[in-house]
Design a binder for this molecule. Structure first.
Ligand code: SAM
Length: 264
């Protein structure tokens, strides 16, 4: 089996290329772990001016992407009906989270459809698209950045893409919590020292410190996440104490999970 394939349909393929051609995504493509094909919807516009957009029925400002070139582009690459999920990037879609990235990473093949202008003719959404994703509650000029966001977040979850096999394990949101802080050399910079425990070489102590930092950060910045994070009895005791010391209110917390903690 080859790597995961992404087919991206856009009016501006050149906007995606530079991001895909550096660092981890470039290496993943070179190693065959991902394959990304960029398709210019304009290549499927049949009239002599290669028109891909038109005025909205009913009036109002802006332009709307026409359905014919979009259908023809997607169907000529992926067949009819398309052989993989067709995801429309739209501020009206379900909000993209790490959990959605994990779900999408289970597929071998995804198509990403990028809108521009006022968006795409509604018949595309109703009759071609199978999923709709928003990267957040704000409006961008096009779906290209959102498509890159999805490709990036999904690709780094695929086996072998990150050098460190556990690299994505502790990341913020992967475990339901925000990640602990990172330090690198030098041990002291402008008088600011790296926490002693990290220099101690005591792996159990380091793992405990990281877990506690992760819990503290989540408590202080995103207490809403604690409601669905898998927490042990020790985590709950630590959180109750930390909240009391800081005068913070804990949200209603889940029953403790008895899952093994991940050791460093
Ligand atoms: N008129 C549309 C609306 O109100 O829903 C917004 C169109 S937006 C200016 C143009 C394109 O950018 C959209 O078709 C979509 O592909 C993309 N886009 C903008 N914001 C987005 C977001 N938050 N998430 C995903 N795609 C987005």
């Amino acid at each position: 089996m080859g790597g995961m394939r992404f087919d991206v349909f856009t009016l501006f393929p050149e906007t995606l290329r530079p991001y895909l051609e550096v660092s981890i995504l470039k290496k993943a493509a070179e190693r065959g772990l991902i394959e990304i094909a960029l398709h210019n919807i304009r290549d499927w516009a049949r009239d002599k001016h290669h028109t891909t957009d038109d005025l909205p029925y009913g009036g109002g400002g802006g332009m709307v992407m026409k359905p014919e070139p979009v259908f023809e582009a997607v169907e000529s690459v992926l067949g009819s009906p398309p052989s993989c999920p067709v995801i429309l990037l739209t501020p009206q879609g379900r909000v993209f989270t790490q959990r959605v990235a994990q779900e999408l990473a289970q597929h071998e093949h995804l198509a990403l459809l990028c809108g521009r202008y006022e968006g795409i003719d509604e018949r595309v959404r109703r009759h071609l698209v199978t999923d709709e994703i928003s990267i957040g509650d704000y409006v961008l000029t096009g779906g290209e950045l959102p498509a890159l966001v999805v490709i990036d977040a999904v690709s780094r979850l695929l086996p072998g893409v990150l050098g460190d096999p556990d690299g994505a394990y502790d990341d913020s949101h992967a475990s339901g919590l925000l990640e602990y802080p990172h330090y690198t050399r030098p041990p002291e910079f402008r008088g600011w020292r790296v926490p002693e425990v990290l220099l101690s070489g005591n792996h159990a102590e380091i793992a405990r410190w990281r877990r506690e930092q992760s819990l503290l950060r989540t408590l202080e910045r995103r207490p809403d996440l604690l409601k669905s994070a898998p927490l042990t009895e020790a985590d709950l005791a630590f959180l109750r104490n930390a909240a009391r010391e800081r005068g913070l209110t804990l949200p209603p917390l889940p029953e403790p999970s008895h899952e093994e903690q991940h050791d460093e």
